[in-house]
Design a protein around this ligand. Structure first.
Ligand SMILES: Cc1ncc(COP(=O)(O)O)c(C=O)c1O
Length: 384
């Protein structure tokens, strides 16, 4: 099997990830934060180490504000819905949002009549930045945006947008689901207030893990309430972080795996991006030469993610993905990729797109086999 669906969930993972998870399951059955015996203390120690590692890797100040969720979607829901929203307030997002931001925004639009402006992605960064500046209103409270498109791999000019937000006193939320693990992100340097990422994509960690990192004093209201181990006497959710944001038992094996993934990522820092970039450039160059193939996304942006989105003539993207799977044993994603907004923008809502996404573990040989497969499929469609 050639696995080119890394943007959905990465495979394989570094062996250390599986080892850490196995160890957590076999050696530590305890509930972190829910006891003072040795095993519970050890479990809590792993969790805290993971908070510290995330804080260090992504440039945030207080590891207690590095909180765990079961995926990026849950973390994004907390970040988007966790404000004392007043009717009519304004949010800026992009037209490349995943449903994990878009649906919480639609919920706010319906519940609080929140007004949302979706800015368009553009090949030229200054055209994006101009739109952000023009969209800001007196009551703009939040910029909630993806760092990069999960469909085309196009990257937004994050630093500049965060700078503008700071100048206007607007809180920022960055969905780093596709970029964390591929690109350097430093919350303090980049002036990001809230950063969300899943463990299971480019960080090469396990599914069932996601984090929300909060820099500074953002008055987030928890959307979950419940047991927090400590502070049991309080009938309200505690004020203290991380307990404030983490109700219920944490996913110790998952977080142990995520910690191992972050450590592996740290060791290989500076290595991942060039290799994946080399592979995706080769893949894109190859696709360009196949008659009938249309490629979507940024042309020459050096910041693009290792994602190639394309279609073959007018063939349904799901059909192409099914042929790649059944005839060639190649896994890609097709359809709308949980981001119908992107497809409305790019006029591909009916056809969807085929998305090939790569990781550090993919090889040149796999890219060659994939290109040959696409060539053969495109030829067969030309015959009709
Ligand atoms: C940009 C983006 N945001 C959010 C998500 C949601 O991630 P998860 O499924 O881990 O909640 C994804 C997953 O594909 C994504 O690509």
């Amino acid at each position: 099997m050639i696995y080119f669906d890394q943007a959905a969930s990465s495979f394989p993972k570094p062996p250390e990830v599986a080892e850490a998870m196995y160890k957590a399951v076999i050696q530590n059955p305890a509930n972190p934060g829910r006891g003072s015996h040795r095993l519970a203390r050890e479990a809590a120690g792993i969790i805290f180490q993971a908070r510290e590692k995330a804080a260090q890797l992504f440039g945030m100040t207080d590891p207690k504000k590095a909180v765990f969720f079961h995926n990026a979607t849950a973390a994004l829901n907390q970040a988007v819905k966790g404000f004392n929203w007043q009717e009519g307030e304004h949010i800026i997002a992009t037209n490349f949002e995943h449903n994990s931001i878009r649906r919480p925004l639609v919920y706010l639009e319906k519940k609080y009549k929140i007004d949302v402006t979706y800015i368009d992605w553009h090949e030229q960064d200054n055209k994006i930045i101009d739109q952000v500046e023009q969209a800001i209103k007196g009551n703009t409270r939040l910029i909630a945006m993806t760092h990069a498109s999960n469909v085309t791999g196009a990257v937004f000019p994050l630093k500049k947008i965060m700078e503008i937000a700071k100048q206007h006193g607007i809180t920022t939320l960055v969905d780093g689901s596709q970029t964390v693990g591929h690109m350097d992100i430093h919350m303090k340097d980049d002036q990001i207030d809230m950063l969300v990422f899943p463990g299971h994509k480019a960080l090469l960690g396990p599914q069932g893990t996601g984090m929300l990192l909060v820099e500074g004093d953002i008055p987030l209201i928890p959307i979950y309430h419940g047991g927090t181990g400590g502070y049991s006497k309080l009938i309200d959710q505690p004020e203290q972080w991380p307990e404030r944001m983490e109700s219920g038992t944490l996913n110790l094996p998952g977080i142990a795996g995520l910690l191992a993934a972050m450590e592996a990522f740290e060791k290989g820092k500076g290595r991942n991006v060039p290799r994946e970039t080399f592979l995706i450039n080769k893949l894109l160059k190859g696709l360009e030469t196949v008659p009938g193939v249309q490629i979507y996304g940024p042309d020459q942006n050096p910041n693009r993610l290792p994602i190639a989105a394309f279609n073959i003539l007018h063939a349904n993207s799901q059909e192409i993905a099914a042929i790649l799977d059944s005839h060639y044993d190649i896994a890609v994603r097709a359809g709308l990729h949980c981001s119908p907004l992107t497809h409305e923008t790019l006029n591909t809502a009916n056809q969807g797109m085929v998305r090939a996404s790569l990781s550090y573990y993919n090889t040149e040989e796999e890219v060659d086999i994939f290109l040959q497969a696409v060539r053969e499929i495109a030829e067969s469609y030309q015959e009709f």
